[in-house]
Design a protein around this ligand. Sequence first.
Ligand code: AMP
Ligand code: MG
Length: 507
Amino acid sequence: MSSHPPSHRPACALPFTQPFAELGDAFSRVVRPQGVPAPRLCLVSLDAARLLAVDATPHESADAQGWAELFSGNQPPPGCDPICTVYAGHQFGAWAGQLGDGRTHLLGVVPAPDSSQNGGYAHWEVQIKGAGRTPYSRHGDGRAVLRSSIREFLCSEAMWHLGIPTTRALCLVASPLPVARERMETAAVVTRLAPGFIRFGHFEHFAYTGQLMALRTLTDWTIAQFYPECSQAANPALELLKAVVRRTAHLMAQWQCVGFIHGVMNTDNMSILGWTLDYGPFAFMDGFDPDHTPNTTDRFGRYAWARQPGIARWNLMALAQALLPLIGQPQSAIDAVEGFNATFSNSMRDLLQRKLGLGDVRPGDDELVDRWLAAMAESRADWTLAFRLLAQLSTIPGGPVPAAFQSVFATRPEGMRAWIVDYRVRLQANESTDAERRASMDAVNPRFVLRHHLAQHAIARAESGDFAAAQDLMDVLRHPYAEQPGRDMFAAAPPQDADAPALSCSS
Ligand code: AMP
Ligand code: MG
């Protein structure tokens, strides 16, 4: 970490280095991005800009064009040699073979002026997505469309402000370049930040192609960069696996608790840091349906909300398999992955206790929580609103139940009445007042998430050239737990006539 970070510098002065390139050609290639015609800087996350200590108001300054040229890949600054890395993966449960950065370029690494902002790591990697074909593009065009780029931009920042580990989004550059998807769309490039973009699939690539020296190099590098505490262990690769299992389990609990459905939990989309990575056909659930997935390509619901933890475990087993040549002890590797269950359950229970305002676990709490979730599912209660409404319920036995609460559970009024009686009895055991309980619940139950219909509205406006709605939405999502009076429309469930999220992998 640099001790005296510059507080203000133009983006073109970012001191990019490229340490991963030093591992050699087996891992990455230097690739000059194709860039885009007529790039226009449309969205900037000032929070993310601050992370790099770069000039935080470029879109209002003369430097906007400089940002557009740099972060479209058109003009990498002197000393910046973008690379693309190779990885593989299991997609929808089947081995997909070699993949790789088919449309992302790593511009390089810059020191993190404040490592407390990125999980304690000393660096940020800066990656652009959509700047053209690479040696790993296969049949793809190397592009990302404006629609999916806005979704990734907004969701990255929204997740971060929810307190969930995720890659960040620095800016979005749009271009009139036509891109063919289900319909003709236009191109955009999102700049992402993360301490690292290594995926489970990076390890799978080297393991399943029998490149065991390279597998060791990658593992040593990953441990040195991101898990130095594993390096002294008797079996560092096993320690690495255990650490990734723990982080992934916590991440899954966090996703579940905000009703986030990733949509494509292939092993190539799983971060070795346990951070959320690659926003495609994701959604925040509106009405609670455990079997829901917004991804229309996922016909059997492999990646539905209820299956995410199990799939994470499945993916961790694929990672364990890839690391096995280094771990050398199959049973230890299996045990490490088995550790997912306890970590996930504990993390989930802890979060749900807080979400329901129950405090420390007491006998019967699990059943109370399960009944609440079952009632929510039966009524298709809005995942986000239901918890905020629950916080408003007074503890007084026989006291009033807010009308909004009753309407959320209108399809199951008797069951909910019985549950409320038990919930109130349980809350008597806590010594907090209603106001205290509400404050603590509101601090963990967001009022604002990136609902599909809000994103769609921002996208429609942006596609006609107006990014104000996307900007407004981002501003709201910066404070997801705050009440934000006057912003009710951003908190509301989708209107009756809104389309349910139905997204394909095509982005
Ligand atoms: P995804 O489903 O977005 O996680 O991508 C899976 C793989 O396909 C990765 O190797 C991506 O880099 C690659 N890919 C996805 N879309 C494109 C595209 N339009 N052009 C080139 N490669 C792509
Ligand atoms: Mg991906």
